[in-house]
Design a protein around this ligand. Sequence first.
Ligand code: ADP
Length: 919
Amino acid sequence: MKIKLRDRLSFRQAKHTVIVALVLGTMLSIGQIVYDFIVEKQTAESTNRQVVEMHLESASLAAYNLDPEQAQQVLRGLYKYLAVHRASIVSDTNEVLGDIERPLTQGPLNRANAFLFGRETQYAYSLKYEHHESIGTFNVTIDTYGTTQRLVSKAGLIIVSGVVRSFILASILMLLFYYTLTLPLLRLVSDIAAVEPQKPDQSHLEVPEAQTKTEMGLLATTLNKLLKGFTASLNARKTAEAALRASEEQYRSIFEHSTDGIFQSNAEGRFLAANPALARILGYSSPSELLDTMHDIKRQLYVNPVDRDRLLERIEADGSVKHFRTQLVRKGGSVLDVAVNMHAVHDDTQQIQYYQGNVEDITQKKKAEALRIQKDAAEAANKAKSQFLANMSHEIRTPMNGIIGNAALALDTHLTPEQYEYLQSIKISADHLLIVINDILDFSKIEAGRLELEQIDFQLRMTIENAVDTLAVKAHEKDLELVYQIPSDVPDSLIGDPGRLRQILVNLVGNAIKFTESGEVVVGCRILDRLDSSIQLQFSVTDTGPGIPNKKIESIFESFTQVDSSATRQIGGTGLGLTISKQLVSLMGGEIWAESPPGTSVDSLSPTESGPGSAFYFTIKLEVKEDMGIPPLNLDATNIRGKRILIVDDNLANRKILRDMLTNWQISHEEASDGKSALVKLEQAALVERPFDLVLSDARMPEMDGFELGQCIKENERLTSTIVIMLTSVGLRGDVNRCKAMGLSGYLVKPIKQSILLDTILMALAAGEGAVESADSPIITQHTVYEDRQRRKMKILLAEDNEINQKLAVNMLSKLGHTVTLAENGQRAIELLQSDTYDVVLMDVQMPEMDGLTATRRIRSMPSISRQLPIIAMTAHAMKGDREDCLSAGMNDYISKPFDPLQLMTLLERWDPQATPST
Ligand code: ADP
């Protein structure tokens, strides 16, 4: 933008300054002129006087002498010096001695001259001579025109110079103003002009460092501040506008896309607005169709028009209505269940302007509600079913206990062969029935989601042994080799659910034995992964049975699935075992799967000789107890660690199992894979006087079997003192006697329990000490070991209310050689404990007067009764939480009814206070 020169600030400033300067300059010039006039006047006066006075003496002389000649001379001298107009010398007698005159100077300055100096100046002196007073007068008149002329030229100079000065000053000021004011201002203006109105935040006025303190700098800084403020408010406005737009869009979107119908309607019963959802709900193709069609909402829309009146009445009373349920007619006539939320919108005068609200189609909801009620009822029924199951479990197990236990006891009495057979089949059927019942109960629990795991300390080896033990008889009946193998690096003290682990193992091993006709069943266990405090174990159960067809290998884990489900199948079962196992394994954080060599077909299911076999694997996660590892062996006086043992077995797996056990006990040992090399080893050792003390020999081996080897050892002079223990997988009638006759020390049937093997070795070494074995000395078997253990008799307090169970338990316990005192309820048990000491308390949980849990809590709070006293729960409940309840009440262990003598014996062994801890 251009500014004309005359409009420029600097020019106007300069103009005004020049005017002021001119006025001031003029005044100063006038002053100067006045001053000059005064000075000039005075100077002229004094010069005139001096010149006149210089001629005064010669004039006096001329007057004294009255000499006109002289007088004329004096006057001419004066005339030379001054602008004399007229001069005369007069004697005291008024005689004019001399006079001269010259006309006054005429010129343009006459008037000024008359004004300033009055044209002429007169001087009159009285003349004196020596002592003569007043001898005449001397008159001189001076022309002042010259003085005026000088003065005027001086004044002219003064005025001209003053004007020139003012112009120069004005120009300098103009330049100065231009550079200091106009230019920065113009720059600022162009800077401001450059500010983009839409993006003030990106523009900024530059303020040079030198100018920050100047007015211009301040102006720019202030403008910057303004710009900033402007930016902020612009941004705020933009944000607010955006938010407003967004919220409007949001509301619009909600309005457009809501699944609920949204409307505005008036008191006359017309829709003012409706969203697409409302149109859809009411069966119209678009909101506009709905608006056009609906003239009387009350009559056209409501199934019961009175509903609309009620709705409006309630809005009148309360301002709004929520979840008003009613029925509307859709286009086409169908009826719709809806919930209406509605309120009135008022104007300033509190008059209702219109109504606003939403309509929800609750037809589906109503259906869902009905379904939920049905579901609740079903769940309640399911809960009742679970409760029923718990009760049935109790009701079934109690009599089963009587049947199984009494059958077991009766079998030990003197019976005719016929009776024995009948009873045996009662026992077998009852056992089988119990398995089926347990499976069904477990399955029901899983179905009802009520199966929960325990977290308790347990010994892994003992649990596996126990599981395998239960099935050993069945394996032997079928002449199968049943072995298990636990590497020594697998920790023994773990935390988990041993009962459920045992159940899985029993199930898999049971199946393996059930389906395998010849060969072996091997149970394995190895560490898969080791974490900080937990361990992942992989178990395997392999058999040499018919295998499982590949296409069936997945489905066998499904409930009620069997590979051969024909009615004519030879092998029984519920088809639940693997389902339950799978569920249990997954609860233990693992997986279960089966492998079978390809090519196995359903046809190969029929029992043949040895089959391709199947392998079942499962993994589980268990917590490792702090004191992990195998507890150190507490060996008695027999210095077993100095002894040397030779393992003889053709089967590598079997040798490894024995090797692991002996390594655990830190007994030095060597191995031989057949009878001949065993003999060589034994002889060589005897030669170098480091004989083997004991031989653990497998009975069945190719070429030279265990019996032949035993015979050779016993017949060899150098080896007669060597103790031989025979290990067999098939206990044949007469084998024990054969061994005894040969002078062997022990005879054990596989699978071999670690504790039994150790006890056998200890007993054999103790018996062999000193004495040479003969056919008379007793041979050690599993039974001898048990009997030996039984010799440690216990004093047992039995708290049980059921008469049959009382008799059963008392019979079993007395048969094991223990003394039993009976208490018919918890209260009685406490009384008995206060008056006498017992080794173990067997406590029924459900009893009249005082139940087992209450009694245990009381006992544990009584200082007079030792806290070490083992209390073992006996319960017919097998539902979840039972074990926790018992343990938290202060009980040490748990046995669930029905139980058989072997289970009871194992349990008591565990809690025998005098028993030496075994592995
Ligand atoms: P069941 O009570 O019938 O044994 P399971 O769930 O335990 O039920 O097993 C399901 C089916 O899986 C069995 O019926 C059998 O067909 C097959 N099966 C299980 N274990 C083996 C095995 N070791 N060898 C061959 N088939 C097996």
